[in-house]
Each structure stands twice: as structure tokens, then as C-alpha cells.
Design a protein around this ligand. Structure first.
Ligand code: PLP
Length: 401
């Protein structure tokens, strides 16, 4: 027997896409823009650092990492979010993660109570969303509630939610910069969310794994908002990753920074059922968080591709369903009518693989699927291949009109 609450999860996006396209031959040489797996080069010092510390593979790594890793993570967060000196050390805690996906999943398991105000707890999340959030909520016995993040709400979930829902809320997931829309929460938005968390006694899980891939200003973050408002950090868990910042998705290193209580709860659960980050990876990650040059180079390449996208696609869309030039992240979120039908025809006619937006979304409380009309395109390939692919996308979408 399998648990119905998990078997009810829809098939993951990539097998779904495979099923959609597997019988259709691609019309042109294939360009795959479906998966958000980084393709730019990782920093050159990673291989050397891993080799230098290779002896560390012999031993079980410490569950909470090394002191030098935690210091590097704290120093980076303090610099990046302009936190008061030693604030994170005083008020909070950090813990290395095997990537933030596993970290967020386990953190929900570690922090979700059986009941909230006498009822089944709710985990709020944006819609569309990174699929880990819903699976974690269900695994923890909570009810996932999907808050549509559409053009009308600036592609972030509205914070104007019914009192009875907020009273049941255990955790609010916010992804900023958001996957898939590339929207960025302002400092004011974070502050409002923290205020709500305080009023209704829930936690804020900030998924900030795209925080370093931005076009203009560094995105605001939950840690700065928390330090500026003297929020009790036990309400906050901020998740950071090297996967996108440093093109190290395969290294599987992230960290969480947050209040001592939830971080201790996570650490405890991980000591029973988690895999600690290997020591050589901790040293490599420490070096990656200590260097901003490679991140700047990485951002430049993404900026170049966003400019290509603006040039090729802006004019194709109408004012009813406008093209939104993303502020951050590395995805395009294109309103194409029927995302699944267009993903299939784009593949059939142009050999371009992109993901239907519905694969990231759920039908919301109003019966609307906010992803259905969209296509998600990952700008991870070289600028030349992205230019070629988006030229084909532009031709295809224009021909459909
Ligand atoms: C929004 C979002 N959050 C979290 C992750 C997980 O990243 P990682 O586990 O590599 O840190 C991803 C990966 O694609 C993502 O898109």
C-alpha cells in the first residue's frame, strides 16, 4: 500500500514533457530549453579545491558542516543583505544543505506541527511554483494551498488572504526571484509578509536560490527585511544555493540561514535521516561563496540572453497578453494561449523543447490554472543557441496568430 496523499501528486514536469513529445519527431535540430540546469562554466577553483581535500571523502562528514563553512555562509549573507555585523551569529544559525530542494523538503518535515489552532495546518505557496513545496506539505500531513501569482498580482502571491486561512497557516513559501516568472519581491513585500507571519504566527520559508541572477539591482531578501524590522528570526528560514549562482548544480550544496529553533529542529531531523554534505564539497562551497568575480561573469551572460529575448520577443506579444521581461532568474514565462499545445507544436515545427506552464501550477481555489496559458523557457544555453532558439520561437508564435 502506498500513501494516497503522495500518489495523488501529478507526474513530475520532465516525464510529463517526455510523454507529450516522445511520439512527435522534432522538425529541426533540437535545442532543449526545457530544464533549468545551468550550462555556464563553474569557477575553475572548484576542481582544485575538491582534489586538495579529497582525503575528506574517507570520513562521515559532520552533520552541521565545518566551522569555516558556516562562517563563509554567514559572511556572505551579511555582506549580500547588509546585515548588522555579527547579527546572524547572535540571532540566528546556518546549516549546510545538500542543495536547497532537499533542505526545504526536510525543513517542512522538521517544523510543521500536527495542528495549527486546532486544525490541519496549511502551507501556503505561490502558484505556479517549484514542485518540492507541495510534496513537502503533503508529506508532512499539511494542506498545500496555492496562491496564484499572475500578472494582476505582479507575478507574486497576494498577501491579502482570508483570516481563516492565515490562522491555519504554518508556513508561507515565497520564491524570490521567482521560478518561473522571474519576479522579485521588494523590501516592502518582505516586510509585509513578516508582519503577517508575526500576526498569524507562521513561518516564512524564503527560497532565494536565484538571488544572484539578476539584471539590475540585487534583489531584496528576507534576511535584510528581518534584521531591519527586528523580526524574531525563529519565524524565518532563508534558503541559498550554489546551483545557479556558481553553476554548481551537481555539487549539491546550499545553506539555510534562519532562527536557532527551526535550524536546530532541521539539524536534529537530518541527524536521523539526512545525508550530510561531504567535507570536500564544503571546502569547495566555501571558496565559491567567497568569490564574486565568477558570479558577475555568470550574470553578464544571462543579461546578454535576456537582451536577446527582449529584442526578439517583445514585439510578438499583444497588450492583452504582454511579454514580461523578467527582472531576475533565468526563465521566460511566455503567454502563448495553450501552453501544452504550443510546447508540442514548437517541438514538431521548430525542434525547440520548452515546458508547458501547467506542469508547474495547480488549479486554484477559483478554479483557474494560472500556468495553463504559459510556456516556460530556460535561458541556460549559449547566447548563440538561445538566439537561434528564440528566433524559431518568435517565428512559431507569430505564425500561430
Ligand atoms: C525555485 C527553485 N528552488 C530550489 C531549487 C533547488 O535548487 P538546489 O536543490 O539545486 O539548491 C530549484 C532548482 O531548480 C528551483 O528552481
Amino acid at each position: 500500500m502506498l500513501p494516497a496523499r503522495l500518489t495523488a501528486l501529478p507526474e513530475y514536469a520532465f516525464p510529463r514533457l517526455h510523454a507529450l513529445l516522445s511520439e512527435i519527431p522534432p522538425g529541426k535540430p533540437v535545442i532543449d530549453l526545457s530544464i533549468g540546469s545551468p550550462k555556464h562554466k563553474p569557477p575553475s577553483f572548484i576542481a582544485e579545491t575538491l582534489a586538495h581535500h579529497a582525503d575528506g571523502y574517507r570520513e562521515y562528514p559532520p552533520n552541521d558542516g565545518t566551522e569555516s563553512f558556516r562562517t563563509a555562509a554567514r559572511n556572505w549573507a551579511t555582506w549580500r543583505y547588509q546585515l548588522p555585523e555579527h547579527w546572524l551569529e547572535r540571532e540566528g544559525a546556518v546549516l549546510p544543505l545538500n542543495g536547497t530542494r532537499e533542505g526545504m523538503f526536510m525543513s517542512i518535515m522538521a517544523t510543521t506541527p500536527e495542528q495549527k489552532n486546532g486544525e490541519q495546518p496549511v502551507i501556503l505557496m505561490p502558484n505556479p511554483f517549484y514542485q518540492c513545496y507541495a510534496a513537502a506539505a503533503l508529506a508532512a500531513g499539511a494542506e498545500p494551498v496555492y496562491l496564484s501569482a499572475t500578472q494582476d498580482t505582479g507575478f507574486l502571491p497576494s498577501l491579502d488572504q482570508p483570516e481563516e486561512l492565515l490562522r491555519r497557516t504554518a508556513t508561507f513559501f515565497l520564491c524570490s526571484p521567482s521560478n518561473p516568472q522571474g519576479a522579485v519581491a521588494s523590501e516592502a513585500y518582505w516586510r509585509q509578509l513578516l508582519e503577517l507571519a508575526e500576526r498569524y504566527d507562521f513561518m516564512v520559508f524564503a527560497d532565494e536560490c536565484y538571488s544572484e541572477i539578476y539584471r539590475h539591482q540585487p534583489p531584496a531578501g528576507v534576511l535584510h527585511a528581518a534584521s531591519a524590522t527586528s523580526t524574531n528570526l525563529n519565524r524565518v528560514m532563508a534558503f541559498h544555493s550554489l546551483s545557479k549562482r556558481s553553476n554548481l548544480a551537481g555539487l549539491r550544496v546550499g545553506f539555510v540561514a534562519g532562527g536557532p529553533k527551526p535550524v536546530a529542529a532541521l539539524k536534529r531531523l537530518k541527524s536521523y535521516g539526512g545525508a550530510p554534505v561531504p567535507t570536500p564539497s564544503l571546502y569547495a562551497a566555501e571558496a565559491a561563496w567567497g568569490d564574486e568575480d565568477h558570479v558577475e561573469e555568470n550574470r553578464k551572460l544571462y543579461k546578454q540572453k535576456f537582451d536577446i529575448s527582449d529584442r526578439l520577443l517583445r514585439e510578438i506579444f499583444t497588450s492583452d497578453t504582454p511579454y514580461t521581461s523578467p527582472e531576475a532568474g533565468f526563465f521566460l514565462w511566455l503567454p502563448v494561449g495553450d501552453g501544452e499545445a504550443v510546447a508540442a507544436s514548437l517541438w514538431r515545427d521548430e525542434g525547440v523543447k520548452a515546458l508547458p506552464g501547467a506542469y508547474f501550477a495547480r488549479v486554484d481555489a477559483d478554479g483557474v490554472d494560472p500556468g495553463k496559458e504559459f510556456l516556460r523557457i530556460a535561458l541556460v544555453d549559449t547566447p548563440e543557441r538561445v538566439e537561434e532558439a528564440l528566433t524559431r520561437v518568435a517565428a512559431h508564435i507569430s505564425a500561430l496568430r
